[in-house]
Design a protein around this ligand. Structure first.
Ligand SMILES: *[C@@H]1O[C@H](CO)[C@@H](O)[C@H](O)[C@H]1NC(C)=O
Ligand SMILES: *[C@@H]1O[C@H](CO)[C@@H](O)[C@H](O)[C@H]1NC(C)=O
Ligand SMILES: *[C@@H]1O[C@H](CO)[C@@H](O)[C@H](O)[C@H]1NC(C)=O
Length: 212
């Protein structure tokens, strides 16, 4: 009787332990496909421009586009914001292996006055935290200090959508809009506000993970 009681307790303990164990990571590799109104317009490229921002690659303009696409790993079991690792970054940029948001000219708060973020390689930051001084490819290329963050990408396992959920400096959270401008990507907190401030032609887009 006593033996059974003890084994019942140990069973309960091991079940409780199983329940608190985090879900197994379900890492997928894929390309970040850009669509506009459902039409594929290209992919984020693994290549950085002279300012340390990721470029885009379009199958219409680059017959070797598959080789030039960025390959990221994403954890499909994470429902909140996470960092995406750029798996095929140039070895010289290995210090900044995450797909990060980097402050634009007016800092790292988006959602007003047309403010925006650049997209480049960064070090890793914690989910839900505002941007902070972190190593990034823009600062590396230009010498200009900019704050940045990496863990703000939300993956929707049903639609494969990859959406930026950015934490502003005051802690408010903004679901970002992504644009392709001057051959690089930006994240802003309002399409109309951005277009009211900047004259540049923007191609607004959504990202989805296309597993490789
Ligand atoms: C992005 O997706 C949202 C939600 O599905 C949609 O409302 C919006 O029109 C899409 N934007 C583009 C540029 O396709
Ligand atoms: C950015 O900041 C500068 C100076 O602080 C200001 O003149 C400019 O209007 C701001 N631009 C935007 C888009 O907020
Ligand atoms: C995924 O996207 C679908 C369609 O937009 C939406 O209904 C669903 O709530 C999203 N799932 C999560 C976890 O956000």
């Amino acid at each position: 009787m006593l033996v059974q009681f003890v084994s019942f307790l140990s069973l309960a303990a091991s079940q409780a332990q199983a329940l608190t164990t985090p879900a197994q990571a379900a890492t997928s590799l894929g390309y970040l496909k850009a669509t506009s109104d459902g039409k594929v317009i290209g992919y984020i490229s693994k290549t950085l421009n002279a300012n340390g921002e990721f470029e885009g690659v379009s199958p219409d303009k680059d017959s070797n586009d598959v080789a030039h696409r960025m390959l990221v790993s994403i954890d499909q079991s994470v429902t909140g914001p996470q960092s995406l690792v750029v798996e095929n970054l140039a070895a010289a940029d290995a210090d900044w292996p995450f797909l990060g948001g980097i402050g634009g000219v007016n800092g790292t708060t988006i959602g007003s006055a047309g403010n925006y973020l650049l997209i480049g390689g960064t070090t890793q930051t914690l989910p839900g935290n505002p941007a902070l001084r972190c190593g990034n490819t823009f600062t590396d290329r230009t010498g200009e200090q900019r704050n940045c963050a990496s863990a703000f990408w939300v993956y929707n396992a049903t639609t494969s959508a990859v959406t930026p959920q950015w934490t502003n400096d005051d802690g408010s959270v903004v679901v970002g809009d992504i644009g392709f401008v001057n051959e690089a990507f930006i994240i802003t907190g309002g399409i109309e506000q951005f277009e009211a401030v900047w004259e540049d032609k923007v191609e607004w887009l959504n990202l989805t993970l296309q597993t490789s």
